[in-house]
Design a protein around this ligand. Structure first.
Ligand code: ZN
Length: 175
């Protein structure tokens, strides 16, 4: 079990665009397993490889309350999105403690590959639809705070930088 380090907004590495996975080998399986461990440990309902500084198109999601429904999406593509939109209060492991409303299509159909390189399609609604779209944004280098107003975004940026600094300081003191 490996817990990976999660990049925190406004780390510029969160804005790198992820490349498609072309070889489905043990390295990809290990990455997916480590990302799942990291997500459950945080705890969160989704994690994109971009957030652990691996810029390849891999996402892990588990929206179940029992942490027993791990889903891995490799090279995911949205092939259909509903006209109906919904606003959901989103949060992000890279922006701890911040939750705000983002409007997205209420339902999506996704095409992706599993860890063995087998293609599959999935129709998602509710939290799963939100989560898939949120994580796929990470692969494009986009963090959910970019949907918010510049004023809110700047406030969040300042807060994150301040918290990171305070954490570094208390770590240095060995507390
Ligand atoms: Zn996120």
């Amino acid at each position: 079990m490996s817990i990976l380090n999660i990049l925190r907004y406004p780390d510029p590495r969160l804005h790198k665009v992820a490349k498609p996975v072309s070889i489905f080998d043990d390295r990809i399986k290990q990455l997916a397993a480590d990302m799942a461990d990291t997500m459950y440990d945080a705890p969160g309902v989704g994690l994109a490889a971009s957030q652990v500084d691996v810029h390849e198109q891999l996402v892990v999601i588990d929206t179940s309350e029992t942490n027993t429904e791990l889903q891995v999406f490799i090279n995911p593509e949205i092939i259909w999105a509903s006209e109906e939109k919904k606003v959901y209060d989103e949060g992000c492991l890279s922006v701890p403690g911040i939750y705000d409303g983002v409007e997205r299509p209420a339902e999506v159909k996704v095409r992706a590959f599993d860890v063995d390189g087998k293609p599959f399609e999935l129709h998602a609604d509710g939290l799963l639809a939100v989560c898939i779209q949120h994580e796929m944004d990470h692969l494009k280098g986009k963090v959910f705070v970019e949907y918010l107003s510049p004023l809110k975004r700047n406030r969040i940026k300042t807060k994150m930088i301040k918290e990171e600094r305070e954490e570094q300081r208390s770590k240095a003191k060995g507390r």
